[in-house]
Design a protein around this ligand. Sequence first.
Ligand code: ADP
Length: 261
Amino acid sequence: MRIILLGPPGSGKGTQAQRLVQRHGIVQLSTGEMLRTAVAAGTPVGLRAKDIMASGGLVPDDVVVGIISDRIEQDDAKRGFILDGFPRTVPQAQALDELLKHKHMKLDAVIELRVNESALLERVETRAAEMRARGEEVRIDDTPEVLVKRLASYRSQTEPLIHYYSERRKLITVDGMMAIEQVTREIGRILHAIGALETKQSKKAPAVKRGAGKTAPKKAAKKVAKGARKALKRASKVVRKAAKKGSDRPAKKVAKRRVKA
Ligand code: ADP
């Protein structure tokens, strides 16, 4: 199963991704997590990303495409993955299409978590309070001021992906305002309906580390940085190639079945 979770900050992508990881034994690839790990470890990628992330902007496409390109080749991603926070721009989506094509991998679905914008600030504030209560470091970008900027980035750069994937018959929209459990159930129902779970559910899910690995951030960040460097070369080629093709390409191949969520 290969899926993308799409939605604004605070829409519940991370929460739902973790639940899918537990249930189906596939990895969650969160570019936000990977970048935060790289920032914490002070890698070259981290140094490039640090200020951009703190201000709520988007890290350059070639950096994130490089990270993802390398990551989806690793063994633990062979059985499938959930992309959380990637792609976030049309060129990233085009680059991903090229990468998947090149690797003979098929994307099952793009699940959009639709939420009312008015609820997002409260959600992000709650997340920050919960992290504080657990003694975890609160994300530097989880402040009302930066959230406004992150939302603006989402609207201008990420929202066009709704059209992009809808044109390619990959988009399934779920009401992200429902309770967490209900959203999970709905996603499960959809994945089942499109056949994304068919062959993979028989095996018991192995313990899978989240993102780049929360338990060993330095080691994971080194791996991410090393992979990103290697993949950067390849990725910029892919981004250039995808950009050349343009975003107005007609949808040729479509998902076999479309589920109305
Ligand atoms: P959110 O909860 O806002 O969706 P994430 O944890 O996914 O946040 O990402 C945090 C920050 O990391 C983003 O605001 C952005 O600066 C950077 N980032 C993450 N993924 C990408 C991406 N695919 N492209 C560009 N920047 C990204």
